[in-house]
Write a protein that binds this ligand. Structure first.
Ligand code: ADP
Ligand code: MG
Ligand code: ZN
Length: 489
């Protein structure tokens, strides 16, 4: 009997225990949500993002001593929504708030709900809030809020539509139901605030929004410092230059770069991580890994050298061109034959009309160089042309930089909808205007092409020289380029 009961007991334990966490057996049963047990982090682990940290201070003060604010009759916002592009450290900041305040952190991701069975999502939200109330003061953090909070009037998603709506309704109910003085703060993160259901943003719900932006130069350097602090760095490593080379990248990318550089160093059995490792790591992140297996055929290599030399020469010749940091004909990513990297001197938020025109000339220069030197063009310029056309079209349609069309905007860009990768555009102009737009775009591109042609024909000798060196060395750095150009003058 004892053995029999022993076995029976054991089986029951297995069935109801953690073994089948997501299985049918758990359906209807209470899903225990436990506070996060990851190592505690603080604001010191988040580099930069000062304004976001400043705004979160208030929340931390409240979590540390909810009674104080209550006594003064103050009321805390119930919900704090962190808004910003992916990888900017929203999740990191939320965890740091819990670390700073020393309170439990209940973490759940919006996308987890989507996998659940009908009815379970709502139950899960209920349980989450119940747990939180018992553990107050504490933080509930809903990552990727857009997965459940998408506007109910939006396009119907594939699968789990009802489920999502039920979950969302339950979340709204819970947020309305709890007492703001109870010491529970609901935080959430999203990178697409525009698609959130308006009901979520109403007063008494996520009424406080904190923007977490892409880091600027200073913050990028700080993030790099943070992620390299345990690395053995060679003396030639200059984090400031790395920061300058990475405008537009976010914390997650920078952390990847640091990591990749360390891996490359380890692969070469180095004892220190060098600047070259970082350069390679950045190229990898920006342009995809080098294609070691696909060496360029001699003819292709000649073409790539002329193409890249064309970009570089025009970039150095036009008035507003940024200095060329590096030219390379080592193939990277999917289609690029090589690449020419320009290094912005300072961070740019605005571009003038002249700068855009110069940019177009630089983009087209690769193709023009092929045409001038080899007498024909190749498929290698497709990406350049796409970018150039996009700039030219924006100039005409959105930036009012065409004299003929004037300072109006044409066409309305639609926001991205769920599962769409490219923004659609609705036309709000006549066929005649469409024709005019096309002509203006073409005129801008033609002008850019003419300029590139003029520059490259004038400096044909330098172009040939540059291509020759490039073919030989495959990569030219800024200093070498400057020396080559001076020699030619
Ligand atoms: P998000 O939630 O905004 O998509 P995460 O918080 O998940 O971004 O960030 C991903 C990773 O990027 C973090 O784990 C961290 O290593 C790094 N990171 C992002 N921003 C920062 C920052 N400001 N300081 C330090 N590391 C950062
Ligand atoms: Mg995140
Ligand atoms: Zn090109």
């Amino acid at each position: 009997m004892l053995i029999f009961f022993g076995i029976w007991f054991w089986i029951m334990r297995r069935v109801s225990g953690g073994g089948a966490a997501h299985g049918f057996l758990n359906l209807g049963k209470k899903i225990r949500i436990k506070p996060d047990t990851l190592p505690k982090i603080t604001f010191d682990d988040v580099a930069g993002a000062e304004s976001a940290k400043q705004e979160l201070k208030e929340t931390i003060d409240f979590l540390k001593a909810p009674e104080k604010i209550q006594q003064l009759g103050g009321r805390m916002p119930k919900g704090v929504l962190l808004v910003g592009p992916p990888g900017t450290g929203k999740t990191l900041l939320a965890r740091a708030v819990s670390g700073e305040a020393g309170v439990p952190f209940f973490n759940i991701s919006g996308s987890e709900f989507i996998e659940l069975f009908v009815g379970v999502g709502a139950a899960r939200v209920r349980d989450l809030f119940e747990q939180a109330r018992q553990n107050a003061p504490c933080i509930i953090f809903i990552d990727e809020l857009d997965a459940i909070g998408r506007s109910r009037s939006g396009p119907i998603s594939i699968g789990g539509h009802d489920e999502r709506e039920q979950t969302l309704n339950q979340l709204l109910t819970e947020m309305d139901g709890f007492d703001p003085t109870s010491g529970v703060v609901v935080m959430a993160a999203t990178n697409r605030p525009e698609i959130l259901d308006k009901a979520l943003l109403r007063a008494g719900r996520f009424d406080r929004q904190i923007v977490v932006d892409k880091p600027d130069l200073q913050d990028r350097v700080k993030i790099l410092q943070l992620h390299t602090r345990r690395m053995q760095l060679a003396s030639d490593v200059d984090l400031d230059i790395i920061g300058r080379r990475t405008p537009g990248l976010v914390g997650a990318d920078l952390s990847n770069i640091a990591n990749e550089a360390a891996i490359l160093a380890a692969r070469n059995n180095q004892t220190e991580v060098t600047m070259d490792n970082f350069e390679d790591a950045i190229d990898r992140i920006l342009a995809g890994p080098e294609k070691k297996g696909r060496a360029l055929a001699a003819e292709e290599k000649r073409r790539a050298a002329y193409h890249e030399a064309g970009h570089a020469l025009v970039a150095e010749s036009v008035p507003t061109g940024q200095p060329v940091h590096k030219i390379s004909i080592i193939p990277r990513g999917v289609s690029a034959l090589g690449f020419t990297l320009q290094l912005p001197i300072e961070e740019k938020f605005l571009s003038t009309e002249d700068e855009l025109k110069d940019q177009i000339a630089i983009l087209i220069a690769g193709r023009v160089a092929e045409q001038i030197t080899l007498g024909n063009v190749s498929t290698g310029a497709q990406n350049d042309l796409e970018k150039a056309s996009e700039i030219a079209r924006s100039m005409v349609c959105y930036l009012g930089m065409s004299k003929k069309l004037g300072p109006l905007t044409y066409g309305k860009r639609q926001q991205l909808q769920f599962l769409e990768t490219e923004a659609t555009e609705t036309r709000n102009y006549s066929d005649e205007t469409a024709l005019l737009i096309d002509n203006e775009v073409k005129a801008i591109i033609d002008e850019g092409q003419k300029r590139a042609q003029r520059i490259l024909t004038e400096k044909r000798k330098v172009l040939d020289k540059l291509a020759e060196v490039l073919r030989e060395k495959e990569t030219i750095h800024h200093e070498e380029l400057v020396a080559l150009l001076q020699e030619a003058d």
